[in-house]
Design a protein around this ligand. Sequence first.
Ligand SMILES: Cc1cc2nc3c(=O)[nH]c(=O)nc-3n(C[C@H](O)[C@H](O)[C@H](O)COP(=O)(O)OP(=O)(O)OC[C@H]3O[C@@H](n4cnc5c(N)ncnc54)[C@H](O)[C@@H]3O)c2cc1C
Length: 399
Amino acid sequence: MAWRTADVLIVGAGIHGCSLAFHLMRQGGRRVLTIDKQYLGAAATGKSSSLVRMHYTDDPEARLAVRSYQYFRNWAEVVGGDCGFTQTGFLRLVKPVDYPHLRKNVDRLQCLGVNTRVVTRDEIAEIQPGLNTADVEIAAYEPESGYAEATLCAVEFMNAARAAGAELLSETRATAVRVAGGRVVGVATHRGEIAAPTVVVVASVWTRELLQPLGVELPLYPVRHQVAFLLRPPALARGHVMAIDGTLDMYFRPHGPALTLVGAREGEVIDDPDHYDEGVSEEFLLTVAEKLSHRFPPFAEAGFQRGIAGFYDMTPDSKPLLGAVPGYEGLYVEAGFSGTGFKIAPAVGEAMAELITNGRAQTVDLTLFRLTRFAEGQPIYGPYEYHDYISKHAQPAAG
Ligand SMILES: Cc1cc2nc3c(=O)[nH]c(=O)nc-3n(C[C@H](O)[C@H](O)[C@H](O)COP(=O)(O)OP(=O)(O)OC[C@H]3O[C@@H](n4cnc5c(N)ncnc54)[C@H](O)[C@@H]3O)c2cc1C
């Protein structure tokens, strides 16, 4: 006999599991149960740099980012509580070889409704005094972008879902997905069986091992990513712009009243996502300090405060795997966000809840993210990819 039952069982309480629980309750109010082998926000969500920007080189993700931005701006009304959104403005710098692509992408994004424009060296200096623009001619600028607080967002999504009747069970590890006669019937956990006609596995790279026994091979792999927090120099006490700097393969943003967060090129594939080095290396600290003080000279004297390492759940095209698992009615996957999943979580949850509830995602079409796209030779690439690490897996179309 089952230990618990649910109409929809969500495996994983990161930002995506929590967003899905919220949207399922809002759209249908069914018995939604979310389980996590640890606790809410224990993995990538709890470490996310939480940049909220819309500059994507592909339309499908840009659409998800545009839709999600409305949540961050109107969080109190739409979800309730506070998501910690701080508007800083956002600059996307690229290598000179990519300037033509930058212009094309800004045109594309404007057509999708993004408030963005190409800015010149002089304009960049006005937007952020103190930035070194000697090696930069143009950038893409989003004046309304910024950053939020990923754990807070996950908590607020789950609070609202629970207020509507959903449940969360922490320290409950799914050990197997149960299927019978071509459909899902629940999951086994280390605490007992949970029966459910709909199961959504939202468990980052661990999704792979849960689906493997069903003969479903998902191309998911963990790549370590380090982030440093530096003390902000007095000249920048009031904050500064947020940027992804493709010329130096790094990104930075203010972090609260006194710190600046810096991330840089992704690291190595890790063997075991349950046991890896969660600290930062001295080599990384020296590298980011050097890069940041090149781009932003006031940081030359900045002190190091702390650092963390998490991992990205990568896929071969750096785009998520979203949708139904072929061959198993009622079974769905949401994973593989490849280091950029926080900012699209509201819209992904909304569209996945529509898919599960109505059989079709209306808000944003998710078909391109289907699980079979690699087997079908249909990975997702934008028409104007860049030659930097954010696009590192991309293979731009010829011409
Ligand atoms: C250092 C870092 C910086 C980042 N910066 C940004 C950024 O600036 N902007 C952005 O948009 N994105 C960023 N990301 C990516 C973003 O944070 C992730 O894409 C997002 O948090 C993924 O959420 P998730 O819910 O899919 O997965 P996770 O947050 O990883 O959650 C998965 C959950 O599943 C649970 N789980 C796993 N296996 C089982 C099981 N068998 N049974 C039960 N539970 C299970 C885990 O315990 C975990 O809580 C960053 C990521 C990292 C690591």
